[in-house]
Design a protein around this ligand. Structure first.
Ligand SMILES: N[C@@H](CCC(=O)N[C@@H](CS)C(=O)NCC(=O)O)C(=O)O
Length: 213
């Protein structure tokens, strides 16, 4: 049985989308990062980095495989299901490149922009400007990639799923800063948002959050 520790944030959405796309059974554990549940000892035992998401796969014999870092979780799920990640390169390398493009670029840049623009006690213009420019640039890279194909790396894959949540929130948050001309990216965000598995994933996450209290 798969257990997913997560919350309703862009990083938290990625693995539940993949679980739904693969049609897997899983149990959700909500970790309210707003109230600091990620710092509990029981969670630190799963992820010493104290961040969601975390995936645990328990076997009948009681053995548990714990996977931290959303990029690794997406690859793990793709490999156990043999879905959404090509088996051989160059297609596999291309899919992994756009998957880890998110881990190193889309997430950190938009995440830091959001932090400095909305949550920082001090308004630090340099930090806001740096992450704003970098976020707009990174979203532009995705837009250009999507101008030449329906998906980021060949067929619909973990590369699309992992970039989607960040691109969706980035387009919203950076609207008026140059992202409104990213038509290919906006179409792709909408196309993925219409997928039944994606809708199910987001609904289940919201329901679980409401029940978590
Ligand atoms: N590189 C990590 C980033 C995970 C991450 O930043 N998670 C955020 C939520 S979106 C978190 O748990 N934040 C809580 C904290 O920083 O205390 C991954 O991709 O899994």
């Amino acid at each position: 049985m798969i257990e997913l520790y997560t919350w309703t944030t862009p990083n938290g959405e990625k693995p539940i989308i993949m679980l739904e796309e693969c049609g897997m059974d899983y149990q959700l554990h909500m970790v309210d990062i707003g109230s600091g549940e990620q710092h509990a000892d029981s969670f630190n035992a799963l992820n010493p980095n104290e961040k969601i998401p975390v995936l645990v796969e328990r076997t009948r014999g009681g053995y548990a495989e714990t996977v931290i870092e959303s990029g690794a979780i997406m690859v793990y799920l793709a490999e156990i299901n043999n879905q959404f990640l090509p088996r051989t390169s160059p297609q596999r390398a291309k899919c992994l490149a756009w998957t880890f493009f998110q881990v190193g670029n889309t997430g950190p840049m938009i995440g830091q922009y959001h932090h400095f623009n909305n949550h920082s006690d001090q308004k630090i213009d340099y930090a806001i400007e740096r992450y704003r420019k970098e976020s707009v640039r990174v979203l532009g890279v995705l837009d250009r990639q999507l101008q030449s194909g329906e998906w980021l790396a060949g067929d619909y894959s973990i590369a699309d799923m992992i970039n989607w949540s960040w691109a969706k929130s980035g387009l919203k948050e950076l609207s008026g800063h140059g992202t409104e001309k990213y038509d290919a990216l906006a179409d792709w965000v909408e196309r993925i948002g219409r997928r039944p598995a994606v809708k199910r994933a987001l609904d289940k996450l919201q329901d679980a959050k409401a029940k978590h209290g």
